[in-house]
Write a protein that binds this ligand. Structure first.
Ligand code: SAH
Ligand code: DHB
Ligand code: MG
Length: 221
């Protein structure tokens, strides 16, 4: 099927099942006005994240890579009123835009944005004994994916779901010779998913408004 039809079908799905959302539309507009890159998850992908969170009854969610808070809003909405989402962001400008978007969505009481390099924040969280998280969404700098997965595991329990974005990258993930740091990092993550006996995992390719990409999803045994 012609590649352009991916966009038509994604547009159809978005309009049917993931449109007319004032807070999410406002977040995308605010992100654009603030000069943030348009690399948020798509509307149907955001809904998928929220549905996963509801399927497992998540009460504590960890997100690595906030940007303007689009995926944060999708996930935080799935929480019960006393649930909590911690999201990690290195860029203070991104975090500020996200804070405003999350407040506009009425979720400020449920979301805790921590500004700084995620590896350092995760180390501090482990030392402080934070967790266990029910769901972890990894969507920051891809070379660090193996480290983020290890940190997610360290703050997990049996049944924790770990989702990682952008694991296909237009198919470049299968290039074993790639020196692209994001691909090297993601391939290292696949090696861990394949060999770490503590998790059961798969990955699913996605096509649509964000091109050809995919999610990896793992559950802690
Ligand atoms: N999850 C978001 C998109 C995140 S884009 C959504 O779907 O709406 C990736 C984000 O990770 C960017 O905002 C980037 O600044 C942040 N990031 C990159 N490197 C990071 C690091 N080392 N620590 C924390 N955040 C980082
Ligand atoms: C891109 C997309 C993402 O979802 C992401 O997390 C980082 C980068 C991109 O399209 O460049
Ligand atoms: Mg992403």
């Amino acid at each position: 099927m012609a590649e352009r039809d991916w966009y038509g079908v994604d547009d159809y799905i978005s309009r049917k099942l993931a449109s007319g959302d004032e807070a999410l539309d406002a977040a995308l507009a605010a992100n654009a006005a603030a000069g943030l890159p348009a690399i948020d998850v798509s509307a149907p992908q955001g809904k998928l994240l929220g549905l996963y969170a509801r399927m497992i009854g998540a009460r504590h969610i960890l997100e690595i890579g906030t940007l303007g808070g689009y995926s944060t809003i999708c996930l935080a909405r799935a929480l019960p009123a006393d649930g909590r989402l911690v999201t990690l962001e290195i860029d203070p400008h991104h975090a500020e835009v996200a804070r405003s978007n999350i407040a506009h969505a009425g979720l400020a009481d449920r979301v805790d944005i921590r500004v700084g390099p995620a590896r350092r924040t995760l180390d501090a969280m482990r030392v402080a004994g934070e967790g266990p998280f029910d769901l972890v969404f990894i969507d920051a700098d891809k070379p660090s994916n193996p480290d983020y997965f290890a940190a997610a595991l360290a703050m997990a329990r049996s049944g924790t779901v770990i989702i990682c974005d952008n694991v296909v990258r237009d198919g470049r993930v299968i290039d074993a010779q790639s020196t692209e740091p994001a691909i090297v990092g993601t391939r290292a993550l696949f090696d861990i998913l394949a060999s770490d006996a503590r998790v059961d995992a798969t990955a699913i390719q996605t096509v649509g408004s964000k091109g050809w990409d995919g999610f990896a999803i793992a559950i802690v045994k």
